[in-house]
Write a protein that binds this ligand. Sequence first.
Ligand SMILES: Cc1ncc(COP(=O)(O)O)c(C=O)c1O
Length: 282
Amino acid sequence: MSRIAYVNGRYVPFAGARVHIEDRGYQFADGVYEVCAVRGGKLVDEAPHLARLDRSLQEMHIRPPVASAALAHIMRETIRRNAVGDGLVYLQVTRGVARRDHAFPATAKPSLVVTARNLSIEKYEAWAASGVAVKSMPETRWARCDIKSVALLPNVLAKQSAREAGAFEAWFVDGDGHVTEGASTTAWIVDAAGVLRTRKLGNEILPGVTRGELLPMCRQLGIQVAEKAFTIAEAKAAREAFITAATIGVIPVVKLDGSVVGDGRPGPVAKRLRAAYWADRA
Ligand SMILES: Cc1ncc(COP(=O)(O)O)c(C=O)c1O
């Protein structure tokens, strides 16, 4: 079965899907995106992802290309046309096509692209079972990391540097020595006192949808949690650590900059939250 992409009002064969060379996403990274997990053919956490998209668009002063209900329909139709069972939907909105000039064009129509594909969930289960390694590096991103912008070059370089060092993820560390977040994930630890910690929301991190769903879940499960930043030293001394994102859910971190975290195996809080998160979304 051949893949289909949605591009500006049409469903087209994926292999031939195109945007214009003067699309501002291509020239200026002037656009935003979302990634939603799909489980059993259904969108996971659809409402908070669409709410975050709206916020990103507002912050960038980009007009929504279609109404939220229409977008939800397009996402479902893209899932259906690509026969996605367990996988993801990717959607990207840019300011549109215009003659190259930094300032906003007066008339450009926002561009909308939606794709969907199956993922090998077994791979994620294997990472969840073994845990993964993380490498820390200085924060090199801009001052509005709360916007889910397609301008991801520092994230790309950080992820590559982590991979070259044999790590799965990179954790950015700010000027005060606190972890902001991963290159494409939210960072968490269960500190030496047993408190689950993740940084509070602000311009320095993306408001992760998985993060937002897990926090109330922790409270329901009686897991003590604090939205409080942590240092690399605290993470190395932590009982456990993990990362979260829409497609992977909760993945334990067992190594940080070459040091073993906790007892070097996925911790009980990460395992419990991973199970509870997917159980609610089965
Ligand atoms: C920089 C960054 N932080 C955190 C996340 C996790 O966000 P979510 O849970 O919404 O996938 C992502 C996901 O892509 C990300 O790119």
